[in-house]
Ligand binder design. Sequence first.
Ligand code: CAA
Length: 380
Amino acid sequence: MDFRFSDDHQALLHTVREFCDRHVKPAAAQIDREARFPRELVDQMAQLGLMGIEVPAELGGAELDSVAYVLAMEEISAACASTGVIMSVNNSLVCDPLRKFGTAEQRATWLPPLATGDKLGCFMLSEPEAGSDAAAQRTLAVRDGDEYVINGVKNWITNGPQADVGVLLCMTDPGLGHRGITAFVVDMHAPGVTRAPKDDKLGIRGSHSCQIQFDDHRVPATQRLGDEGAGFKVAMATLDGGRIGIAAQALGIGRAAFEFARDYALERKTFGKRIIDHQAIAFMLADMDVELDAARLLTLRAASLKAAGQRHSRESAMAKLMAAEVANKVAKNAIQVLGGNGYVTEYPVERYYRDAKITEIYEGTSEIQRIVIAAALSRP
Ligand code: CAA
């Protein structure tokens, strides 16, 4: 096992850290306060190749691997978790399935604008009645000549208010259950697509999500992603990759909280000494350090398997479960270390606490990750 990063990975880390210090970190509190979509940061990330990290260079991407994606996601999310998830959806839930399941024509049409920032993507699986139970799709696609006609409602769609392109999952044959689900690539500006106002959220407030309604929306059959009935597997395989991104986002949030608490504990004095010299605080910080590293190793393992083209459902689920739970614990304890200062918006720690929560929910709740891990136990 080699724990060193390649020259490409180190160069990427250097570039992303510099970008975060200069542009992302200083903007994060205001993005959160105003629930503002950070368009200028998305454009800058695209210029750095961060919107299509694993997309081949000939299609406009950075042609790096999943480990590079994890490194970049952790850095961006440590600076601003909202900006992190905007990038993550575009990379792992839109570019990735196009790369993996798209026809040559679909790849050539959609990947260059997605990777270069001309277009932004969203992933439409969840519905009001189909969140954790992703196979319970009600949105219907009915074949009509060379097109499909789509009707239904999608919920909590991250990047939904801004997206130009969407990967859409819906039923083509409700009688077949999950084997009746089909994936499509859709133009979000075409007739029959209506976006509701953005959701008002606890955290990641700069990343907008909304409900999206399809009314007789027509999609050419050439924009079907994979075979009819293969959509559930497209969605699950896509989420195997996406969960690595959310694990990295959680790591970023947790690390930011840990570093802030550690620096604070080195300065703040009570009872005549630095609070880090009180064992109650020192042990909290030690646990944060260990647990973040453990989550990071799980995340990098999942990314390495993905980069090697091996199945990584279990490992992605483990990484996301661990990283999300650690991020939440670390952010909660970071507030405790800061005491009253942790609870006020003058310090960023309450934002980390609010931002961390979503990592236990989207791309599969922690309970769903346990289902995926447990299912692997009984697979030969
Ligand atoms: N890769 C490929 N195929 C897979 C797979 C995977 N990872 N996981 C399951 N499958 C296949 C199975 O092999 C099975 O195939 P057969 O038809 O050949 O038998 C089929 O899919 C059905 O599998 P299950 O019986 O396990 O399916 P299930 O209905 O019990 O559901 C589940 C499994 C894991 C609970 C799934 O429903 C799930 O992941 N739910 C959570 C949904 C989720 O994560 N949503 C996130 C929305 S996106 C989002 O959050 C984005 C954002 O905002 C940032």
